[in-house]
Design a protein. Sequence first.
Length: 387
Amino acid sequence: MSNQLKILLSPPHMSGNEQKYINQAFETNWIAPLGPNVDAFEHELAHYVGSKGAAAVSSGTAAIHLALELLGVGKGDKVFCSTFTFIASANPILYQGAEPVFIDSEPETWNMSPVALQKAFSDAKKEGKLPKAVIVVNLYGQSAKMDDIVSLCESYNVPIIEDAAESLGSLYNGKKSGTFGKFGIYSFNGNKIITTSGGGMLVSNDEEALQKARFLATQSRDPAPHYQHSQIGYNYRLSNILAGVGRAQLEVLDDRVSARRKIFETYVSNLGSIEGVEFMPELEGTFSNRWLSTLLVDPKAIPITPYEIINALGEENIEARPLWKPLHLQPLFKGTDFYSHNDNIVISEVLFARGLCLPSGSNMKKEEQDRVINVIKQKFNELTITS
Ligand SMILES: Cc1ncc(COP(=O)(O)O)c(C=O)c1O
């Protein structure tokens, strides 16, 4: 094992201005899950993405949960959801006692396939039971094919929750990722492009629904002088201190996007010509924040698995990870309905089998990225010499 400093996949990158907002919170004693930083963070983020409003919450998962609750998703309802994603996209479906139906990826964005979505809608219509919502995820910063997905969902009159946890700052036809559905959600988990250590945001043009989200997120406390509650509620509001961190992070979001895009381009220019290596595409008309630089290896071109590369990097104290394991393959979701893009191959399974994420932190130094590149080059060189 190398004794060089560890290179992490996507560590937090503070701007230096966070302390100013934290100090304000301390000086005014707003040490609570509400306060001026929370209000300002909501306004500033809504303004940045171009939605009418935003509700700050304790995590991206909480934001998805509230969106489902606001859409009236309950026991026995179906919710269509991208299969190629982190478990957090789908866990809130289970919190509501509803049933997920997983939708495969397509090759141009790696995200939800409109073809598979159409099949799922047709079957649901035949069964006389349309889903209550569709959760579409934009992975690694890349937007799904939102034009197709929005028009399909509109034609069946089913609302969209856009899981933009990984795509804050990305664009689809000039419009900010996360603003295409009835609701959009962002995550400020420690590994995201900007972070509050833990936190999330629900965005929408429906300000009444956002007001309801704030109510649900505050234990659904009725307006009464005593503590009165008429419906189930949650403790999901974001702390005023963490919102302060978020405000400073939002100020540098565009710089973080540029830095991550540059990291991606450096990987492509150094590794993109290796036979059997293919980087994540960027669909025409979209602009990815390149949250994580991800690539596929083709076992037909070169006899290597993602795990061999991940292990070689691990030996050099460099963190790399496989791509998300599709949710329809997770033991938790065994037996769940799934719609594939193709009849003979499942795109999300191919991506999982062949892909990996490389260190992509916006604060990664050039020497550090060189270390990553050199380990990968060496691994491929060894294989070409021996094969
Ligand atoms: C695609 C996706 N959805 C949802 C989440 C959940 O966000 P959080 O960790 O803030 O709950 C994450 C990240 O963690 C994610 O990557």
